[in-house]
Design a protein. Structure first.
Length: 231
């Protein structure tokens, strides 16, 4: 969900992985320190933020996105039509405080590195437009943010799991053509397969079960990407 490479580094990975025969040159950045400073790759106070998308308004959203992007495959609002898209999620028919309590009870360590608060919001367009939603905002900024312990994919997965536990029959997954893919659930396209969805829907599955499924792949990728890092 988050490859941790610059576009130049990622291009090198594609060329080798797909055996592409192309001329390729990366103009390296000067002074880029991806693992240093409060911004971790984004020099806070030194470089202004320019939206790469209308719904990508700030650095906090970018930090949360590798988790909150999964909301596009659900019936929950991801905050589109508000001033804080992809930093929060909710719906008119959930109780956010109960949801936070359930998440805390299930896997408190998956909530580390950020601040979470229950909130109310009303999208002006997209899902649940003109409806008051109860939801959770993810604050990946300020003194409550810790880059190393923040795990946005797990945090969002935990929210789905908590919803399924609190509301077993909740219509959570959207069924529509996503990114030109037909015949697949959007949540499966986003995650590269049905693993996450099946874990959420399995009443017996635990957070530890998801860790066992994901950690091996995560570690393998961390090793593979080393060969392509330039900074």
């Amino acid at each position: 969900m988050r490859h941790g490479l610059t576009l130049g580094e990622l291009g090198s990975w594609f060329i080798e992985t797909l055996n592409l025969d192309v001329e390729y040159r990366v103009v390296e950045m000067q002074g880029w320190q991806s693992d240093e400073g409060a911004g971790y790759g984004w020099p806070l106070g030194e470089r202004i933020w320019i939206n790469p998308s209308p719904n990508a308004p700030n650095l906090s959203m970018a930090r949360a996105y590798s988790g909150t992007v999964m909301l596009e495959g659900t019936t929950l609002s991801e905050g589109r039509g508000t001033t804080r898209p992809l930093e929060m999620f909710g719906a008119p028919d959930i109780d956010a405080r109960r949801l936070l309590d359930e998440m805390q009870a299930l896997a408190p360590d998956w909530l580390a590195g950020c601040r979470l608060r229950d909130c109310w919001f009303e999208p002006t367009f997209h899902k649940h437009a003109a409806e008051v939603c109860n939801g959770i905002q993810i604050h990946a900024e300020g003194p409550g943010y810790d880059h190393q312990s923040f795990k946005p994919w797990r945090l969002q997965a935990l929210a789905f799991k908590a919803i399924r536990r609190l509301y077993p029959d909740y219509l959570l997954w959207r069924d529509f053509a996503y990114e030109y893919e037909h015949g697949k659930r959007a949540i499966d396209v986003i995650n590269g397969g049905p693993l996450l969805r099946k874990w959420v829907d399995d009443a017996a599955a635990t957070p530890q079960d998801l860790d066992e499924l994901a950690i091996a792949d995560e570690q393998a990728w961390m090793e593979e990407r080393q060969a392509y890092l330039r900074y």
